[in-house]
Design a protein around this ligand. Structure first.
Ligand code: BGC
Length: 837
């Protein structure tokens, strides 16, 4: 028996994360027992025990312990588990380290001439006087920073201190630099523009949104072997030199000129501290992951284009050996058109890199930008060779959790593309796309994709930062959840199905992780959103007529022109349905948290909204008056009225469209799930496996390596359908992957025992798909569901349930009653009564 995956706040060995409370979790594996009987957490600071639960009934998915935290202290902890088979085992020693907490900084914010475009490097000599035991660097640099010691980059992060509404809060990052500084040398911190000091959002095409000044705060704390400490903080004694980077921002790229003369060092000056509170880390680190070599294409237009074979978000490494003064230019795009380089769908984002060579051979890499790309046009080289270019995928570092392969290669590619869509749009915040002049935290996209993300990976810590961003915006804007968060506009607008991210996401995260502290942290935000809706809805249902995105990009739009983006389902109906859903989720959260009065209040509100929905959108006998696929899907998924009538309506709508989907951002995530839950699994598989337009596999047949924003992002001839709003890397429609996990494999968490402690396994088998093999490393342990259809009737099913868990299994196409399985591996083989479709 072993104890694994010991985490604090869903993080392994966190270094200086913002800890407003402590929540410990762990898993048991290789055990003879089936369940944890008791566990004991011991937390130590040095040799001193600061918390000891004793053997007790602890929740392995999230046990909160209250003890006083000291600043900059390294705590160790172990958990000992006893199982129902009487075995006991103890985890390895885990650790976490606190940040500065409320301790004042022994450093000043400093700055330098911010009109000078050459990006500043702030430097300080560090000469340890004695033998170094350990050292930490606490740093926040705005817009972005990269710290180095003796020219060596500190930490593996890119784009720190990341993207938040810098008017609301800022984060500092912490690095273990003991090994680096022990022999002394130069600490240098290079700044870039990033989201803070570069253009971002729709407000301005040229000006920085948050601030114009380079700002730096850093504190290097060296602990000597004799127990003494030296603190080196930023102040006027720091020197400022200028780097060769002359321009950078998120959308447009970076320029570097290595022929520039070094400028004389000047002293930094003290600057006014930003007004927003400075917190310890909340973001997961954005780090480099997969690398891609490139194929060289010589296009009919005479261009040299590099193809890395996969649409990614990231940067590159380029080996250069050109003569002094040579100007290298790279441009980034997602797709080739007529065999040539293309990037018009990036709108105003220039997405480029300029480099002026100094004549020395070297490898260069951008520092303060990222691109969404598969293709790179390269100009200005005479000695470029294939191996000189490597692409690096950059995204927030989080464990992958779910894997599924099927008997259909295109479906497997869809899962792979969706995973890439997730990686590419998880660059610190969940973005809509990584390439054009947006890359913003659109709430609707995050809301519809969050379930899929939770099956594919463990995004809980990543999303907690985003939900914090949402909650902070709500505090400023009176409960509104702006359409995109961090909010980079003047006055926020909000929409149904977008703002409801504030309720849907924490609930999904709770369901998947079983950690109640998520709901505790987000409860006020959930309430604030619903209360805001109640306020604007007033007595005359004003929320219905508010601006909404509706079933965004659905194919049944009655509108023409620019309005065509809104689908055919009445926006007021969608608004009411989501309003009720948010009220219900807030009520459910209140129940989990034991807040009965609030639970009742929001349940009553939900009942009132339902009445209003029925009055306005349903006939007396329960027929929905809105004849669209999405209206029928919402009616069924949200139990709005007579399910039989809605099923009939859904069948009819599918018949009318010739069995093809017509849904947008709201309907698409529901489509296959609702079909399979209402006896139409054959239709769900048909839609999934359809290779014609519109459909998921159609995109793949047209060469997609990620998921497109529109069903017709490319026309059937491979030509881009429009340039106004057309990304090839939007993950929203990838939400069908959740259905592959929750219905085709059939593994779902249960509300009454979240975190997969008790799961439902109800697979849907399909002869057309042939086979499926899914494993999911849930918060509670690893599940597996694998099925195969042999001949017309034979089902072969393998199921694994992890330690401490039980699953209610329904055998597909069988009359047998569902059975409860405890931890263990199970094998079933049987013939079905009817032929399998
Ligand atoms: C974004 C979306 C977003 C939408 C809202 C687009 O520009 O890319 O995905 O949800 O606007 O309408």
């Amino acid at each position: 028996m072993r104890i694994i995956n010991c985490k604090l706040h869903h993080l392994s060995e966190p270094l200086a994360y913002q800890l407003d409370h402590t929540s410990f979790s762990w898993q048991v594996t290789e055990s003879r027992g089936k369940k944890q009987e008791a566990a004991r957490i011991v937390v130590r600071l040095g040799a001193k025990t600061v918390a000891d639960t004793g053997m007790a009934a602890l929740d392995s998915l999230g046990t909160k312990l209250a003890f006083e935290l000291k600043p900059r202290a390294r705590y160790t902890w172990t958990v000992r588990v006893r199982t129902d088979a009487g075995e006991e085992a103890e985890s390895d020693v885990n650790s976490f380290e606190t940040g500065k907490l409320d301790e004042p900084w022994a450093a000043k914010w400093i700055s330098c001439d911010s009109k000078e475009p050459r990006h500043p490097i702030f430097t300080k000599r560090v000469l340890p006087q004695k033998s170094v035991a350990s050292a930490r660097l606490y740093v926040c640099g705005l817009g972005l920073f990269e710290a180095s010691f003796n020219g060596q980059k500190i930490g593996g992060e890119y784009l720190a201190p990341y993207f938040c509404d810098y008017r609301n809060w800022l984060q500092y990052r912490t690095y273990d630099v003991g090994g680096l500084v022990k022999d002394g040398g130069e600490l240098s911190i290079l700044l870039g523009n990033g989201w803070y000091k570069g253009r971002i959002g729709f407000v301005s095409q040229t000006e920085p949104f948050f601030g114009r000044e380079w700002l730096l705060l850093a504190e290097l704390r060296i602990k000597y072997a004799d127990g003494s400490e030296e603190v080196i903080g930023t102040d006027e004694s720091w020197q400022v030199t200028r780097s060769a980077i002359t321009f950078s921002n998120i959308y447009d790229g970076e320029w570097r000129d290595d022929t520039l003369e070094a400028l004389p060092a000047v002293n930094a000056y003290a600057a006014k501290a930003p007004e927003a509170p400075l917190l310890a880390a909340k973001s997961l680190p954005v780090t480099a992951h997969e690398t891609f070599p490139a194929e060289i294409i010589h296009t009919p237009a005479g261009e040299t284009v590099l193809d890395i074979g996969q649409n990614i978000s990231g940067i590159f490494r380029l080996r250069v050996r050109e003569k002094r003064g040579a100007k290298i230019h790279l441009q980034f795009g997602e797709v080739m058109q007529n065999g040539c380089f293309y990037r018009d769908n990036l709108r105003s984002a220039k997405a480029e890199y300029f480099y002026v060579c100094d004549g020395n051979e070297k490898t260069i890499e951008p520092k303060f930008t990222f691109y969404g790309f598969r293709y790179v046009k390269i100009e200005g080289t005479e000695h470029f060779e294939k191996g000189d270019f490597t692409a690096l995928a950059l995204y927030s570092d989080m464990p992958q959790r779910g894997w599924v392969t099927t008997g259909n290669a295109l479906v497997n590619k869809l899962v792979q593309n969706t995973r890439w869509g997730m990686k590419d749009n998880f660059v610190d915040i969940p973005t809509d796309c990584p390439q054009r002049d947006e890359r913003m935290g659109w709430t609707g996209d995050s809301e519809v994709f969050s379930e899929t993300a939770l099956y594919l990976a463990d995004p809980v810590a990543f999303y907690m930062k985003y939900l914090y961003d949402i909650a902070e915006e709500q505090k400023v804007w009176g409960g509104i959840v702006p359409d995109y968060v961090p909010f980079v506009g003047n006055v926020p607008s909000c929409s149904s199905a977008w703002g409801d991210a504030a309720t849907v996401m924490p609930w999904n995260m709770y369901l998947f992780s079983g950690d109640k502290s998520i709901l505790e942290d987000q409860f006020d935000s959930m309430k604030a959103w619903v209360d805001y809706l109640t306020e604007i809805d007033g007595d005359d249902h004003a929320w219905r007529t508010h601006h909404h995105y509706g079933d965004w990009l659905a194919l049944d739009s009655p509108y023409g022109g620019v309005e065509q983006v809104r689908g055919g389902t009445d926006e007021g109906f969608i608004a009411d349905v989501y309003y009720r859903k948010s009220a219900l989720l807030t009520a459910s959260a209140a129940r989990v948290l034991g807040k009965t009065d609030e639970a009742e209040k929001y349940e009553k509100l939900a009942a009132r909204i339902l009445e209003g929905i029925r009055d306005e959108y349903f006939s007396k006998t329960g027929r929905c008056c809105i004849a669209t696929q999405t209206a029928a899907l919402l009616t069924l998924s949200e139990n709005l009225h007579d399910p039989e009538k809605a099923e009939q309506a859904l069948r009819k709508q599918l018949d009318i469209s010739g069995g093809k989907l017509r849904t947008g951002f709201v309907g698409t995530p529901l489509l296959c799930r609702v079909l399979s839950e209402h006896g139409m699994a054959d239709k769900a598989f048909e839609l999934l496996l359809n290779e014609d337009y519109p459909g998921w596999l159609n995109e793949i047949k047209l060469g997609a390596t990620t998921v497109w924003e529109r069903w017709n992002s490319l026309d059937q001839n491979g030509m881009i359908s429009s340039t106004g709003m057309n990304s090839l890397n939007h993950y929203s429609y990838g939400a069908v992957v959740a259905w592959i996990f929750n219905s085709a494999a059939g593994l779902r968490p249960r509300e009454d025992a979240p975190g997969f402690v008790s799961a439902v396994i109800k697979p849907c088998v399909s002869k057309r798909l042939g086979a499926l093999d899914m494993s999911y490393d849930s918060s509670a342990g690893k599940y597996r569901v694998a099925w195969k259809v042999e001949g017309d009737r034979r089902v072969i099913l393998d199921v694994s349930v992890p330690f401490g868990c039980e699953a209610l299994l329904s055998l597909p196409l069988s009359d047998e009653e569902p059975k409860t399985l405890g931890a263990g591996d199970y094998h079933f083989e049987y013939e079905t009564a009817d032929a399998i479709s």
